[in-house]
Design a binder for this molecule. Sequence first.
Ligand SMILES: [Zn+2]
Length: 454
Amino acid sequence: MAVLLAASGCTPSDEDDAFRPGSADVGDPYVPGYGNGGYDVAHYALDVRYDPATDRLTGRAVLTATATQGLSRFNLDLAGLDIDRVTVDGATAKHRRTGNELVVEPARGVPRGARFTVEVAYAGVPAPVTDGPLGSGGFLHTDDGAIALGQPDSAATWFPVNDHPSDKATYDIAVSVPDGLAALSNGVPGPKRSDGGWTTWRWSERSPMASYLTTLVIGDYRVTTGTHEGRPIVTAVPSGEPPNGPAATSLARTGEIVDFLAGRFGPYPFEAYGGVAVADDRIGYALETQSRPVYGPGFFADGRPNLNVVAHELAHQWFGDSVSLSRWSDIWLNEGFATYAEWLWEEHDGGQSVQRAFEARYATTDWTRPSVDPGREAMFGSAVYLRGALAVHALRRTVGDDAFFRILRQWTTERRDRNGTTADLVALAERISGRQLRSLMDAWLTGGSAPALP
Ligand SMILES: [Zn+2]
């Protein structure tokens, strides 16, 4: 509300400057309790040490944030783990835990508009998320290390965070693991150092990242480092898998597939590329973790390369990662476009045409299930992925290829590093095509019966 008053030119009243508690969630019904109000995080500096022998994680997180209201106290999301100490701008702050909330009360209130730092020292045995819509996620202890991964909630299992995609931030991540193990994460790799039996791997993500797109993969991996288009590319596969196995062969095509997608969506939005294949069967999905997607073993289980999944996760680098959701009910904006990218890639790669994929899916779609606001339990259902992709192609057929690809490029350009909603996308499509598209998109995304073919 304070932001709205400022934007409309009103002078802040005394009430706006008063110190009051920040809210304990952002009010997104898909993730009750997640995210917090009253501040905006710009940067996370994370320094964690993980010992697979004891499953114990020791961490220090320094958050740089701006108060969007006068704050007497504020919340961070943190699931499990014990707090050693919390400081705000260097001064010890009171703190308490309530469920997955860490409530911080600074020694003095933080004025609205002030930039402040929060440092949290914490430790413990991190826990997985077992009741998420994707199945297993959060922090998983594996045979050779650990995997921190999941959507919509995972980050809070290993660091204190404003855990909602509406508050994106940059990250520096340092991970110390016993010598010999790899520790992979997001963004550009930094210098690696070993000392006293521990190796510290450093990663830096300079483009704002939604918290669920952070990842940690620790274990025995064959790491391949190179450059692509002048930027680092880091891929990794379990060291037990052959160098010419299906996962390694698929990930080796990352640069080529990114370039194909960049030709459709606009320039690749990040400073690094990559991908990590994991062996743990509990990861029954792939996730578009920023600049370095993580692929579960099931995608390569038949022994053949799987380029569709690579195209899908790389398409998310534009749709979901660079341009992020404002609220989870719009998740079709991520999955519809990523599924559509699979169709584009398949056509390019000599498989079936986009039009044939569209016709086949149209014939089998259950139109009673909506793409927009599908409900938390159906976040990863076919209405979000396949019906979403049908809506994308219906838009293309209606406005024509030229306007369609201009809409996509404009979306990824003007919303880069930001957020967007379904209404924002429809408004942009109307602006660029000069046509009324609301009822068309409503019919394809949420109508209860099969829409007329465009
Ligand atoms: Zn996806």
